[in-house]
Write a protein that binds this ligand. Structure first.
Ligand code: TYM
Length: 349
């Protein structure tokens, strides 16, 4: 159960919001940078996790495959260990407060703030047509977060700038209309916040590149594919297996980072594990091995869950209801602050 009223203990607890797009196959970067941390966090915080389908349509999507992927991400998150009794898991478009809140926040967000966003610059570069939605993407993300008065937003490094913008938008609204929103903090994992492409350790592992051979490890890849991807991973011409900030050693650093997050060991312990390794070949197969074992139960649970569409849809409906219970009243408060005429509540005066 997930509202602050639920228990006295929960009142003391931090509220967490995070989201993931259903816009391609989820990969090891999503898992290590976000999902694994969400699963660990749900024991001690009040959590809202959202499948952000409205964000996905800021770039063209095939309707049927968007619907299929949205359900698939729901199954994947449950398979990875999100527990609907401990967190609120829901689909963004099921809760209309997000789109509505986005409009209200659009009206207090200067365009210049949005044009500066790195992701907007990257995604719009070279495109003939760019949707208004792509520019406004971080405002929708701000609505997601601040409508829940989230204190913490666990994300990978690539989303930090967007969470900082959500802070700016919340603070600006509070200045203009009085204290309304909690100003959220990004929470970035120390390692795993930026899992790099196996074929090119200079770029982050991403869904956009995941059709490139050897770039990403999909969360549903079978052991053979995972092994093959790691075998092909780009390293360097040396033989030293140690964490390093040297760009020339980024491939080895990435492999060690993956191993570290999966095993939960310290940097020293990881380096010690590889003291007697027989070169990079050995490193690659041992990293592949821990990743295979980490993802095996997720893949097996996923197969069971994705077969029961009715159950998945029912769980998402319950999540949406709980999310609505929190964001609905907040949205009404925001409208009231702005001076919008509030409709009469059913049964009200
Ligand atoms: P998305 O769907 O691109 O990614 C979901 C999460 O995975 C993290 N991530 C990575 N972490 C480490 N290494 C990588 N290579 C890697 N690739 C992705 C992302 O940082 C993210 O945490 N805009 C967001 C979704 C969103 C959201 C929100 C997040 C919408 N509303 C509100 C937090 C709060 C996105 O596109 O994430």
């Amino acid at each position: 159960m997930q509202t602050r009223e639920m228990s006295a203990a929960a009142v003391e607890e931090k509220r967490v919001f995070s989201g993931i797009q259903p816009s391609g196959e989820l990969h090891l970067g999503n898992y290590l940078g976000a999902i694994k941390g969400w699963v660990e966090r749900q024991r001690e915080k009040v959590n809202f996790f959202c499948i952000v389908d409205l964000h996905a349509i800021t770039v063209p999507q095939d309707p049927e495959s968007l619907r299929r992927r949205t359900r698939s991400v729901a199954a994947m998150l449950l398979a990875a260990g999100l527990d609907p009794d401990r967190c609120t898991l829901f689909i963004q478009s099921h809760v209309s407060a997000h789109a509505e809140g986005c409009w209200l926040l659009n009206c207090v967000t200067p365009i210049g703030w949005l044009e500066r966003m790195t992701q907007f610059k990257d995604k719009s570069a070279g495109q003939e047509r760019v949707s208004t939605g792509l520019l406004g993407y971080p405002v929708l993300m701000a609505a997601d977060i601040i409508l829940y008065d989230a204190d913490e937003v666990p994300v990978g490094v690539d989303q930090k700038q967007h969470v900082e913008l959500a802070r700016d938008i919340a603070a600006r609204f509070n200045r203009l209309y009085g204290e309304t929103f909690v100003v959220p903090e990004p929470v970035i994992p120390e390692v795993g916040a930026r899992v790099m492409g196996l074929n090119d350790p200079a770029v982050k592992m991403s869904k956009t590149h995941s059709d490139v051979r050897g770039h990403a490890v999909g969360m549903l890849d079978d052991p053979k594919e995972i092994e093959r991807s790691f075998k092909r991973a780009v390293t360097d011409s040396g033989n030293e297996i140690a964490f390093s900030n040297d760009p020339g050693k980024a491939g080895v650093n990435n492999l060690l980072g993956i191993y570290k997050v999966v095993t939960g060991r310290s940097k020293d312990e990881v380096e010690r594990d590889f003291e007697n390794a027989r070169g990079y070949g050995d490193l690659k197969s041992r990293v592949a091995e821990v990743v295979i074992e980490e993802l095996r139960p997720v893949r097996e649970r996923y197969r069971r869950l994705i077969g029961d569409v009715a159950e998945l849809d029912a769980l998402m409906a319950v999540g949406a209801e709980r999310a609505e219970d929190v964001s609905g009243p907040k949205l009404r408060e925001v409208k009231d602050r702005i001076g919008l005429a509030l409709p009469r509540m059913a049964g009200g005066g």
